[in-house]
Every structure is written in C-alpha cells, then in structure tokens.
Ligand binder design. Structure first.
Ligand SMILES: NC(=O)c1ccc[n+]([C@@H]2O[C@H](COP(=O)([O-])OP(=O)(O)OC[C@H]3O[C@@H](n4cnc5c(N)ncnc54)[C@H](OP(=O)(O)O)[C@@H]3O)[C@@H](O)[C@H]2O)c1
Length: 309
C-alpha cells in the first residue's frame, strides 16, 4: 500500500504529510536544517514565534532556493498576542521574511498578560504564569477569522485544544479550524479527540512524534519490536504511524542524516497499527509536553479506549 504524500485541508489546500519541526532548533543550526530539508525534498516547515528562531527559519527558506509558493509554511500566534492577532501575525511575517503563511495556529488556548517580568512568558509576583483565565478564546478565534479573510494566512487552526475547548469554540466559529496540532504518538494516541476532529473535517497534526528531546519513545521495547519486524529504525515507525492513521506528522531534527531519513515512511500493517493504538491503554500512556500554565487544559480522557482503525 502506498502512503499519501499529502492530505487535503478543509480549505481545499494540500498539506504535505511530513513537515520539519523547528522547536529547540537553535539559531545557527536551524537555518542550515531548514535549507537542507527543503533541498532534500521537504515542502512543509512548522515554525512558531515562541521558538525564537523565525528569522533563521526564514533565512533557511531563502538559502534553499525553493520558491516560497512551493513551501507549506505554518506559524503560531503566541499566548501574549491573543488580544491583537493581526499584530502577532505581523511580527511573525516580518521575522520569517514572507508576506503570507499557509497555516496560522493559536498556539495554546491560554492568554498570558504581558508585564515587565518576561516579554513572552510573563509571570505573576508569586512566580506563577500571568494567565488571564477570563479571556474568551472565541474572541481570539474571531480575530483569526478576520486575518484569514485578509489572505495573509491561507488557513487557520489551533494547537493544544482539547474537546471541551473545541466544543466551546464551535458555538461561534464561522470558519472551522483546518487543523488541531497536538502531542500525538503511540503513548498518547488521543483517539477521542481525533474522532471529534475528524467528524468536523479538522485534520490532526502530530507534534513530538518521537517524544521530543532525545527521542525517548524510540527506545520503548514495543516500538523497537515493530521496527525490527519492518527492518527500520524505531523513529521510522513512530513517524510513519501518523501518516498511516491519516494525520500530519512534524518530526524535528537538525541532523542532516535524520532530517533525510525522517521523511521516508513505512506502510504499517493493520495488526501492527492496532498494537500501536493500544499501547497507551495498556498502561504506557504518557504526555511529555506539559507546560505549567497552572490549570487543566481539558485533556482528561487523553488516552481514551483502544480503538481499531
Ligand atoms: N504546538 C505545540 O505546542 C508544539 C509543541 C511541541 C512541538 N511542536 C512542533 O512539533 C515538532 C516536533 O516535536 P519536538 O521537537 O517536541 O520533538 P520530536 O520531533 O518528537 O523529537 C525531536 C528529538 O528527536 C531527535 N531526532 C530526530 N529525528 C531522529 C531520528 N530519526 N532518530 C533519533 N532521534 C531523532 C532530535 O534530535 P536532532 O535534532 O539532534 O536530530 C530531537 O532531540 C517541534 O519541533 C515543533 O515544530 C509543537
């Protein structure tokens, strides 16, 4: 069975199934990584203002020589910019050196109130994050819809949104999010969230597919056993898992060898996909990315029952 190279967003646009992640890719490394990836065949880059490296990401795009219109470029509205989405977008466009994005996401359903403690991660005097719990995310989405209508972003979506947050947004959205980018891997398969999103035409994007820094999930014995069966590296199984399920995947690397190998996918048999889908419910469930916002983001049922696909 051949795997899809692209999926279709609810806007009708095509999105490459594998994109290069850029979180924690340091300045000095990320420019080369992006340029190499694009020359190697990637056509999808996942960026964000909070990663602090969008200038270098933009330089890497230029260095690659690949025309802008051939690249699917995503960025994310940072938490301090919820009251002024257009201003947040302008910063990102300027840093990346582009005049439009293919996809713009609300990075978290969390509004941070700027103060003098830190430009992007403000804290209260007691050290807790300066979160505004009274902020209505529906207002942020209304502004996302407005920037979408300007044409500066070709699609809009969310990241780190659980079902309760999406249900609230659904009450007033006039544009359905194209994407929900969430932590997704066999130890956090998010079956219920996927089903909810798929019913509404929202594509899932898998972040931290290898378990983030150091790729810890690759050493899980169950993943290694499946990798041995297919005679590939565990990372190939973890990345391919998503495309086999119908989701976009965003592996990050700054190593040329790994950037290159990460886009070579393996077709995984149904029986092995069922094993991967069931690992979390068998006691291995694990969420890796848990920033201390100080409140529950509603992912209570985050591993859900075993579901066969
Ligand atoms: N929306 C959000 O809130 C959010 C949160 C987290 C991540 N993301 C996005 O998703 C992307 C991916 O997630 P992530 O960066 O957390 O982690 P990841 O892609 O799961 O893992 C990256 C780590 O795995 C290593 N690695 C890469 N390929 C490998 C391979 N083939 N074999 C062994 N190790 C390998 C990398 O090292 P080297 O670089 O040295 O290869 C790095 O240490 C991010 O970069 C970002 O774009 C979004």
């Amino acid at each position: 069975m051949s795997l899809p190279t692209h999926f279709t967003l609810n806007t009708g646009a095509k999105i490459p199934a594998v994109g290069l992640g850029t979180w924690k890719s340091k300045p000095g490394e990320v420019r080369k990584a992006v340029a190499f990836a694009l020359k190697d065949g990637y056509r999808h880059i996942d960026a964000a203002l909070i990663y602090g490296n969008e200038v270098e990401v933009g330089q890497g795009i230029v260095d690659s020589g690949v025309p802008r219109e051939e690249i699917f470029l995503t960025s994310k509205l940072w938490n301090t910019d919820h009251p002024d989405v257009a201003a947040g977008l302008e910063k990102t466009l300027k840093d990346l050196g582009v005049d439009y994005l293919d996809l713009y996401l609300i990075h978290w359903p969390v509004r941070l109130v700027p103060n003098d403690s830190h430009p992007l991660l403000p804290v209260n005097p007691d050290g807790t994050r300066a979160v505004d719990r009274s902020w209505d995310m529906k207002e942020t989405w209304r502004q996302m819809e407005a920037v979408y209508k300007t044409g500066k972003v070709k699609a809009i979506g969310v990241a780190n949104w659980s079902t309760p947050y999406l249900e609230d947004l659904e009450k007033s959205w006039t544009v359905v999010p194209a994407v929900n980018q969430v932590e997704l891997h066999p130890l956090l398969p998010q079956h219920d969230l996927r089903e909810w999103c798929h019913k509404r035409g929202i594509l899932l994007e898998a972040y931290s597919p290898l378990g983030s820094t150091g790729a810890p999930i690759a050493s899980d014995p169950a993943i290694q056993a499946i990798a041995d069966k297919y005679k590939v590296a565990p990372a190939a199984i973890l990345i391919s898992y998503h495309v086999n399920r119908g989701d976009v995947v965003l592996p990050k690397s700054v190593s040329e060898g790994r950037i290159s190998s990460n886009r070579h996918l393996v077709s995984i048999d149904k029986e092995d996909l069922d094993v991967l889908n069931g690992l979390a419910a068998q006691g291995k469930a694990k969420r890796i990315n848990t920033p201390l916002w100080g409140f529950d983001l509603g992912f209570a049922d985050w591993y859900g029952p075993i579901k066969k696909e």
